[in-house]
Write a new protein. Sequence first.
Length: 117
Amino acid sequence: MGVGTVGGHLLSQLLQQQEKLLNEKHLKIKLTGVVDLNNMLFNREGIDLASYKEELKNSKLKPSLKGFVKEMKNLNLYNSIFVDCTASGAVADLYEQILDSNISVVAANKIASSSKY
């Protein structure tokens, strides 16, 4: 969630390392959902890391925290990881619900990282 500076750099790094991760570590990373301030995009089969910006821009789905979490749960993909690259307390508030759905959470969210637990 969040493809600004931090999220955009993460996806760029994944694109650059995609082949190496697959060949050397036998690790296939598949982006199945992405959201920015204007749109949301999901694809069970995977979103191309090289063209996600254009696909996201052309998506008709409007961004919604509840909608994003609901779709993650509906996809019910094995070894799913939710990556939060926002600075939103509202997103951090969803971590427990996401974890309860057996989806791992990686937080680059500075609000979540500095909040009381």
